[in-house]
Design a protein around this ligand. Structure first.
Ligand SMILES: [Zn+2]
Length: 346
């Protein structure tokens, strides 16, 4: 297959706020000046923000706010930026605007199907009612120009009781386009095992299961996700290479990894792209898809991720497989397949 024919048009791992176009963030900053947006932030969040020099512009009233939201170089630094950006999505209109800005940007890039991870608890924390979140998601899932499907991030940092409570509330009135659940947040501090009951409930309701594992923590986190949560896919999983038995297991069972190359380098999982584990995983026969994760924060695009993989020496054959895997492992395979080919518009 010629490289020119590979036009990635679908992905499975992209966070809603992580894909927020910078121009929309600038609008939000105008709407909600930092001093006001952060006025109700709990002290533990403010203390977390203060640890990071790149966020100083948001905390000092006389400094130019927003100057360096993307100036992190570690995973906790990225989480701080990400958490802080959530304080500017404060109303149902902000949330609807975010969905619209992201969808419009995806369409402009040629995307036709995306499973978008939505960290619902973070929007509720800003005072947006769950009903308003669900209405906006339902509406956006009906766009004619792109099929958006939702993976609800139960956010591990809020703990299992909160995750289960949110899941039950969502199941009572599920938004249109909801296809799966995941756990984002601090993997190293909040392992997947305690969330077993939530994942069992989600599975019983026909939702797809994935989890962020093997990104900020090592292979034991992936093992735990597989054993305790019985997930269908692994978000990242790229540190599986630290355990050859795990790599073998993933390949044998055909459990796919949602690989996000640029993000892994920007958050310090690997010191450089050249040091990334994807070539090893590919050589071992582990199935993978390529994804952007948080394209705004990592200054990447889906096409850019394919270029990054190519620069790592991943073959055109394997890149073609990665595209086909999107359809194979999509949580709404029909929506991914019937109207749109992951390769290009039908
Ligand atoms: Zn992610």
């Amino acid at each position: 297959m010629e490289p020119a024919t590979l036009r990635p048009a679908a992905e499975l791992h992209v966070h809603l706020r992580g894909a927020m176009p910078p121009a929309y963030f600038a609008q939000l900053l105008e709407r909600h000046p930092p001093a006001r947006a952060l006025a109700q932030a709990p002290e533990r969040h403010l203390a977390f923000f203060r640890r990071w020099p790149h966020l100083a512009g948001f905390l000092a009233p006389d400094a130019p706010a927003g100057a360096d939201l993307f100036g992190f170089s570690t995973f906790p630094g990225f989480l701080a930026s990400y958490l802080l950006s959530g304080y500017f999505v404060r109303t149902p209109a902000d949330f609807r605007g975010l969905l619209d800005a992201v969808a419009t940007d995806f369409v402009a890039q040629g995307l036709r199907y995306a499973e978008v991870t939505v960290s619902v608890p973070e929007y509720l924390m800003q005072g947006i009612p769950l009903e308003a979140v669900c209405e906006a998601l339902s509406e956006a899932s009906r766009r004619p120009d792109i099929r958006l499907r939702w993976i609800v991030d139960l956010v591990r940092n809020f703990g299992h009781d909160a995750a289960l409570d949110l899941l039950r509330r969502l199941l009572a009135r599920p938004p249109a386009g909801w296809v799966g659940v995941t756990l984002g947040g601090s993997e190293a501090e909040f392992p997947p095992g305690p969330f077993r009951e939530s994942f069992e409930l989600a599975r019983a309701h026909g939702l797809g299961l994935t989890v962020h594992a093997g990104e900020a923590a090592g292979p034991e986190s992936v093992w735990e996700a597989l054993r305790e949560l019985r997930v269908d896919r692994i978000g990242h999983g790229v540190r599986a290479v630290e355990d050859p038995r795990l790599v073998e297991h993933l390949a044998e069972r055909g459990i796919p990894l949602e690989v996000c190359l640029t993000g892994n380098v920007k958050t310090g999982v690997f010191p450089s792209l050249a040091a990334h584990s994807l070539p090893q995983l590919d050589a071992a026969g582990v199935a993978f898809t390529l994804n952007t994760d948080d394209p705004t924060f990592f200054a990447t695009t889906l096409a850019g991720e394919f270029e990054a993989a190519r620069s790592l020496g991943i073959s055109e054959q394997a890149l073609g497989d990665a595209l086909a895997n999107v359809e194979r492992f999509a949580f709404d395979r029909d929506a991914c397949r019937i109207r749109f080919s992951p390769l290009r518009l039908c």
